[in-house]
Design a protein around this ligand. Structure first.
Ligand SMILES: C/C=C/C(=O)SCCNC(=O)CCNC(=O)[C@H](O)C(C)(C)COP(=O)(O)OP(=O)(O)OC[C@H]1O[C@@H](n2cnc3c(N)ncnc32)[C@H](O)[C@@H]1OP(=O)(O)O
Ligand SMILES: NC(=O)C1=CN([C@@H]2O[C@H](COP(=O)(O)OP(=O)(O)OC[C@H]3O[C@@H](n4cnc5c(N)ncnc54)[C@H](OP(=O)(O)O)[C@@H]3O)[C@@H](O)[C@H]2O)C=CC1
Length: 447
């Protein structure tokens, strides 16, 4: 039995749920992995010199056993997220530590502790099998999956599922991720695939769109409102391209930071007007490795005021971390918010605390999105209010190169990966809606 029969069933317009339920599943499938015995392969190298093309493998792996509350999904397409870059360069820690820890939790979670890690935290595909206790999804359902894996046995997570003590990111802190022909998820991760999108378009927003939604829009994050000045770092990147859309759709005023005229054009085409090319304007927030330059924070703040008619920033959408955090705190208005979900350039941040406490600013830590926030973020995509920012699509074999591009900041928006889908453009079920949004859907393509 191979995955070809699964693909045939997905591509046949006549397939019924019973046909999918009757499909025999293969014993193994192709998946993108990193290997536990290679975690030291980049020892001594600078972060930027660690090459994901060397650590990322395409392997045949055994189909995992299906547990209660879980689903096996045929993955038509996935996308590269930066967490897969972190996994592939074994920074800041090896993700095998997470798998070992998860493996100690229960008999079922032991399945995840393997000498290989199947990575990837997005998917669009079709449900193949559901485990005991799953009633809302059935074989044949076309789905996307968000990446929040929780056990929900502790009351700590009952108001906000991100606060579960056993909260994990699927395909990063768990095994059997989305960069594969088949993935294992908890059924609560499943959400309906937006019908107007192809498989690879539907697989693109998930992780970053949900994260940007919590970080910027949700009351658990910055709670953005109409008219807010929102400073968005990396505004045409994975997170930033969704933050920019949320700011524009929500009546806020995005101030987009990018690093090239091409990226500035993308932000302009989304509807942003205030755009700062950090490269062209040459900001040097650090004089050397350990000394920041407040004069540069001020120059940056003056530039922002030129765009806003003298106003300062209500919300900073932070993720570059060490390199920008001092500037981010400085340019925030009195009472404003810096919301952070990452530290790409370094996690030991330094900022001048006088500007925080004297001006009553707040720093909010944000991480992915709870079940409900992920659902709401997907709903906005399904309604055509937020669009995928897919630029380039790679084959499963080329995933190492795709991750390399993201690591080296050579990409725009999101980078897609075809898993079972034999070509781009398949899986669209609502052509009429697609036609209405086609320019926005294609905005990032092939640039
Ligand atoms: C959706 C996409 C997201 C992204 O892309 S995010 C970007 C990628 N992600 C990352 O870069 C994060 C990677 N993760 C990490 O670097 C680490 O994961 C953390 C630093 C977040 C956590 O470190 P750790 O060592 O795994 O966990 P500990 O909580 O520090 O636990 C170690 C031991 O320390 C004890 N401990 C924790 N807090 C306290 C405390 N407040 N007082 C005393 N002890 C404490 C614990 O219990 C435990 O102990 P015991 O080893 O015995 O089990
Ligand atoms: N906690 C969470 O839930 C999540 C965390 N993350 C993390 O967020 C980070 C960004 O992810 P994502 O947006 O997908 O990545 P991308 O690489 O797609 O985009 C990030 C953008 O940030 C900008 N950037 C990078 N380095 C710097 C720097 N030193 N100074 C200023 N700008 C910089 C770049 O834009 P430009 O060059 O145009 O300025 C880049 O395009 C990663 O570390 C990722 O792991 C991501 C999603 C969820």
């Amino acid at each position: 039995m191979t995955t070809q029969a699964i693909l045939d069933a997905i591509q046949s317009p006549d397939s019924t749920p019973a046909d999918f339920a009757a499909l025999q599943l293969p014993e193994s499938y192709r998946a993108i992995t990193v290997h536990k015995d290679e975690t030291e392969m980049f020892a001594g190298l600078e972060t930027r010199d660690k090459d994901p093309r060397k650590s990322i493998h395409l392997d045949d792996v055994a189909l995992p056993e299906l547990g209660p509350g879980e689903a096996l999904v045929a993955v038509m397409a996935s996308s590269v997220n930066y967490n897969s870059v972190w996994t592939s360069i074994f920074e800041p820690v090896s993700t095998f530590n997470f798998l070992e820890r998860y493996g100690r939790l229960s008999e079922l979670s032991k399945r995840h502790d393997l000498p290989y890690h199947i990575i990837g935290s997005d998917l669009a595909g079709v449900v193949l099998r559901t485990g005991p206790g799953v009633n809302s999804w059935k074989p044949g359902d076309e789905v996307v999956a968000h990446c929040l894996s929780v056990e929900l046995e502790s009351s700590d997570g009952h108001n906000d599922t991100m606060l579960d003590p056993e909260q994990r990111i699927w395909g990063f802190e768990t095994n059997f991720g989305g960069l594969a022909e088949i993935a294992l998820v908890k059924s609560n991760q499943l959400m309906p695939k937006p019908g107007h999108l192809s498989w690879e378009e539907a697989a693109a927003p998930g992780l970053v769109n949900s994260t940007a939604y919590r970080q910027l829009v949700s009351r658990n994050g910055a709670g953005m409102k109409q008219g807010d000045n929102v400073l968005i770092w990396g505004a045409s990147g994975g997170l930033g391209s969704y933050a920019t859309q949320f700011a524009l759709a929500g009546g806020a005023n995005p101030i987009c930071v990018v690093s090239s005229p091409q990226k500035a054009d993308i932000c302009r085409s989304m509807g942003a007007e205030a755009i700062i090319d950090r490269n062209a304007e040459g900001y040097r927030f650090w004089k050397d490795e350990s000394t920041q330059d407040p004069k540069e924070w001020k120059r940056f703040g003056k530039r922002i005021r030129e765009f806003t008619g003298g106003e300062d920033i209500d919300i900073v959408f932070e993720h570059p971390g060490r390199e920008t955090f001092g500037a981010s705190v400085y340019v925030t208005r009195k009472g404003g918010t810096i919301t952070t979900c990452a530290s790409t350039s370094g996690y030991m941040h330094e900022y001048d605390n006088r500007y925080l406490w004297m001006s009553l600013k707040r720093i909010i830590g944000s991480h992915f999105a709870n079940y409900r926030e992920a659902w709401e973020a997907n709903r906005l995509v399904a309604k055509g209010k937020i669009h995928p920012t897919l630029s380039k699509v790679y084959s499963l074999e080329e995933t190492g190169q795709a991750a390399y591009d993201v690591h080296r900041n050579l990409h725009q928006g999101k980078v897609g990966v075809l898993c079972l889908a034999p070509e781009e453009g398949l899986g669209v079920r609502d052509e009429e809606m697609r036609a209405r949004h086609i320019d926005a859907i294609n905005r990032f393509r092939n640039i």
